[in-house]
Design a protein around this ligand. Structure first.
Ligand code: COA
Length: 317
């Protein structure tokens, strides 16, 4: 298919919040969080917006790709936690890095980066685009309810980015949406509208943990099987899998159902938590910079989240 990855980059804010820090804020413990989720610590922004972090990740991806921002023809970003609804995170990144191309965001929650990547791939397939920047950038700390122990222990902030170009290394992709707000939703709050009649839902991540868990395992297994089939391989031929970093137990269960050893799954959720749309590109960047990848490796990416949504794709390195 239509793209190759030229360079990747990631950025997380400096401030680290440990499980012990959280146990002083809500009724939880380091032991519970490590056992039930797998997170030890997460990075939290004190002043940087999703766009600020996205711009830093983008700079690193541009450096890795060996191109400059003025060469970009397209920026597609994914986020659910912009500091402003307008301008889009991608438009702010465009300004900060000094690009001049069209830039817009997509929202498919934690699957957003893979939806953005597929969108950019479709633009490239249409023709006329030499270089595109795809990014996931999140400041989830501003939309998490820090008094809700069932959600605030999970999430973290950060950004990741790819520079892509026309190529032949995008072997398969699958996007899925099952619309509904009963399992996972982030309402905006009512503002100060005097006309608003619905009961107010405050700005926060509302999540049914167990329902999300079941959906996640099913979609990872289904998505990875589907992309393998599309590419004419079997999932055990994947050299690496870069999954959305939501919960160690979700990934472990999916790995066992697929019969793929856990060592092939890129894991960093212990250090970053769930950074939503930034999670896959941050993890991919870490894998790409680890020196482990060999030319020709088959790398699957998969994600799931609000929407409900899920996505998977397969690339050849
Ligand atoms: N610390 C201590 N106890 C906690 C806790 C915390 N941070 N959060 C919840 N609990 C408690 C619950 O109140 C409950 O107590 P009770 O039995 O007295 O009622 C108990 O732990 C079990 O809660 P439950 O929700 O059944 O736990 P769980 O094993 O399902 O784990 C999640 C909860 C949220 C970690 C887990 O369901 C999960 O990760 N789900 C997927 C979420 C996800 O991936 N979200 C992102 C999607 S992109």
């Amino acid at each position: 298919m239509s793209i190759q990855i030229l360079g990747t980059g990631a950025y997380v804010p400096e401030r680290i919040v440990t499980n012990d820090d959280l146990s002083r804020m809500v009724d939880t413990s380091d032991e519970w969080i490590q056992q039930r989720v797998g997170v030890r610590e997460r990075h939290v922004s004190v002043s940087e917006s999703a766009a600020d972090m996205g711009a830093k990740a983008a700079q690193r991806a541009l450096e890795a790709a060996g191109i400059t921002a003025d060469q970009l023809d397209l920026i597609v970003g994914a986020t659910v936690s912009p500091d402003r609804i307008c301008p889009s995170v991608s438009a702010s990144v465009q300004e900060q890095i000094g690009a001049s191309c069209p830039a817009f965001d997509v929202n498919s929650a934690c699957s957003g980066f893979l939806f953005a990547l597929d969108t950019a791939a479709a633009f490239i397939a249409r023709g006329g685009i030499r270089y595109a920047l795809v990014l996931g950038a999140e400041r989830l700390s501003r939309i998490v309810d820090w008094s809700d122990r069932s959600t605030c222990v999970i999430f973290g902030d950060g950004a990741g980015a790819f520079v892509i170009a026309p190529g032949e290394n995008y072997l398969a992709s699958h996007l899925f949406t099952q619309g509904g707000d009963s399992v996972l939703a982030i309402p905006l709050g009512k503002g100060n509208s005097p006309f608003y009649e619905k009961e107010e839902e405050p700005l926060a991540v509302h999540m049914s943990g167990q329902e999300t868990f079941k959906f996640a395992v099913k979609q990872i297994v289904g998505g990875l099987n589907l992309i393998a089939e599309q590419a004419g391989v079997t999932p055990d031929q994947f050299d690496y899998i870069v999954p959305h970093q939501a919960n160690y137990r979700i990934i472990d269960l999916a790995a066992r159902r697929l019969g793929i050893p856990m060592e092939r799954f890129m894991l960093n959720l212990d250090r970053y938590g769930n950074t939503s749309s930034a999670s896959v590109p941050i993890s991919f960047d870490e894998l790409a910079r680890s020196g482990k990848l060999k030319k020709g490796d088959l790398i699957a990416m998969c994600a799931f989240g609000g929407g409900l949504s899920s996505a998977a794709c397969l690339i050849r390195w």
